[in-house]
Design a protein around this ligand. Structure first.
Ligand code: FRU
Length: 551
């Protein structure tokens, strides 16, 4: 009897979760699907190695309301992504790539595997998901966007694909935190529209309003804005978008701030291999002021995600570049100089190139608007465009760096930006432990050259070598674990230390190692994918203290 009830319940569950409506197959690469409306979500099965299926969503009046690209499963399901059903609608689906050899569209696994559900589980399924770094609950994340601080809350928006764990369908995801360590996921803040998908940008606060500036990436990249009156939770797009246009193909990532000297809003944005500066009295009408970059710094790739701010008496221009990083792929360079509200002037010789982080996985660095106590707090995307889409996670891809505070230091004739872990990381220090754990901070006091080896019982290891004579630090991840998903992944990264180092602070969080000179003259961020956590450390030439990170 019990068994019959159980079977009946199982059948009912199957009936309510499996797809009922068969697709309408219209050709070799074309099908339509009417969505059932009884459930909140349709759960779309994704197979990452497949080509995208372009889905046009038509409402009950056959008007297109949304477009999304999803790698619908052809022969097996890697994972599901939810699409919220908001009323009568039809998916008009064009499968890309040559699928004919794989059989008719009607046989694709997606039709059998589609589910309807009122819920979508986001409990962590990934052993490489960091514990104390920000990650999206599911889906793909790249650049941090629009970060601002207000009323005790740090807001982090980010480049987000809610329909797969690879780059596509750019939205602004949103998370908030009171301490820069514990993050709470918020509803999506900005969705693509007919001007394009929502690329990187920034936010400013003006009275009660929060104004987001972002790139609408359609046929061309144009700059748009949106206004929030509920502290950055929901945004209404400005009716006069786009606010700045250009015929340049790479024209993006507006970063806006208030310039007290000229009493104007300033926008800096990336245009090919230079940064353009605009000014405005009202945030909607922008006047071109000047460009910076010709012949300065590294030009081996496209300039992206700028930021411009003062620290003490200097102005810092942040310039993310891809490719062209010191170890291949993407990295963050910066320039030190002055800014008069119209023009940035670099104080170094044009050939001088300065990097903010000498690891391989630290990109799209930008700062929070309006951080308290005059702090300049930055976050980066902890990955590299060379392999970001292939790293061995699936439920989500990519984390942010730990929060860092910027300052200045001088070495020789040059002024450099110093980078230290934000003070919130000290509050996160827990008990002292004897061996490294998967989420810990390792402090190494050194007197001269030192060798540090992190290893696990599988023989996987990461070695670091501080050469006090040469004034360099190197990190070798060639034997760190899974390095096979990209030829560009195994590598040794090396940084100048600009003088001697006394203490290293090394943050480990499952798949990342961030090594700082405690005084801020060197930082190196690298991903690692060991088959078990590094649970042993050997140090030659230094004294080690290990702290758990409280979470
Ligand atoms: C940098 C970048 C930005 C762009 C965004 C798109 O990683 O290429 O220039 O706005 O990513 O997701």
């Amino acid at each position: 009897m019990k068994k019959t009830i159980w079977m009946f319940m199982a059948m009912m569950m199957a009936l309510t979760t499996e797809a009922q409506q068969p697709p309408m197959v219209l050709g070799d690469n074309h099908a339509m699907l009417k969505l059932q409306q009884e459930k909140r979500y349709i759960l779309l099965p994704v197979q990452e190695k497949e080509d995208i299926a372009a889905i046009a969503v038509l409402d009950g009046h056959n008007n297109m309301v949304q477009r999304l690209n999803v790698k619908l499963a052809i022969d097996r399901v890697d994972y599901y992504v939810p699409y919220e059903i908001k009323g009568a609608c039809l998916f008009d689906i064009t499968f890309h790539g040559d699928r004919r050899q794989k059989g008719a569209v009607g046989e694709f696994a997606c039709w059998r595997e589609i589910k309807y559900s009122d819920t979508f589980g986001t409990a962590n399924r990934e052993r490489f998901r960091p514990v104390y770094h920000h990650t999206p609950l599911y889906g793909w994340m790249n650049d941090p966007n629009g970060m601002f601080y207000r009323d005790g809350v740090w807001h982090l928006y980010y480049q987000y694909n809610p329909y797969g764990s690879q780059w596509e369908n750019m939205h602004w995801g949103h998370s908030t935190s009171k301490d820069l360590i514990h993050w709470e996921s918020q509803p999506i803040a900005l969705e693509p529209d007919w001007l394009g998908s929502i690329f990187s940008g920034s936010c400013v606060t003006n009275g009660n309003e929060t104004i987001a500036f972002y790139t609408t990436a359609g046929l061309h990249q144009t700059q748009s804005m949106a206004i929030s009156r509920d502290n950055g939770k929901t945004f209404t797009k400005y009716a006069g978008n786009p606010v700045i246009t250009s015929d340049k193909p790479d024209f993006r990532d507006p970063n806006v701030f208030w310039h007290e000297g000229t009493k104007r809003w300033i926008m800096i944005l990336a245009a090919g291999q230079e940064m353009q500066i605009y000014s405005s009295a009202n945030l909607t009408e922008w006047k071109y002021e000047s460009s910076f970059g010709k012949e300065y710094g590294n030009h081996s790739g496209v300039w992206e995600c700028p930021d411009l701010f003062s620290i003490e008496d200097k102005w810092i221009l942040i310039c993310n570049i891809n490719p062209g990083g010191p170890f291949g792929g993407s990295a963050t360079q910066y320039f030190v100089g002055s800014f008069d509200g119209h023009k940035f002037t670099c104080e170094s010789m044009p050939k001088v190139t300065k990097w903010i982080d000498y690891g391989k996985d630290h990109y799209a660095t930008v700062s929070f608007y309006n951080a308290p106590e005059n702090r300049r707090v930055v976050l980066a995307w902890m990955s590299n465009w060379q392999y970001a889409n292939q790293v061995p996670t699936q439920q989500f891809r990519s984390a942010n760096s730990i929060p860092r505070d910027l300052g200045l230091f001088r070495y020789g004739e040059e002024t450099y930006v110093s980078v230290v872990p934000s003070k919130e990381m000290l509050d996160a220090r827990g008990e002292k432990v004897k061996q490294p754990t998967e989420a810990c901070e390792i402090v190494v006091d050194v007197k001269g050259s030192a060798d540090i080896t992190l290893s696990n019982t599988k023989g996987e290891q990461v070695t670091m070598h501080y050469d006090a004579g040469k004034q360099t630090i190197a990190m070798d991840r060639t034997m760190s674990g899974n390095v096979s998903f990209s030829e560009a992944f195994p590598c040794v990264t090396e940084a100048p230390t600009y003088g001697q180092i006394k203490q290293l602070r090394i943050f480990i969080d499952r798949c990342s190692i961030e090594a700082f000179d405690a005084e801020g003259k060197m930082v190196m961020t690298n991903l690692v994918f060991p088959s078990e956590p590094y649970n042993s450390i050997k140090v030659k030439g230094g004294k080690v203290t290990i702290y758990e990170i409280k979470y």
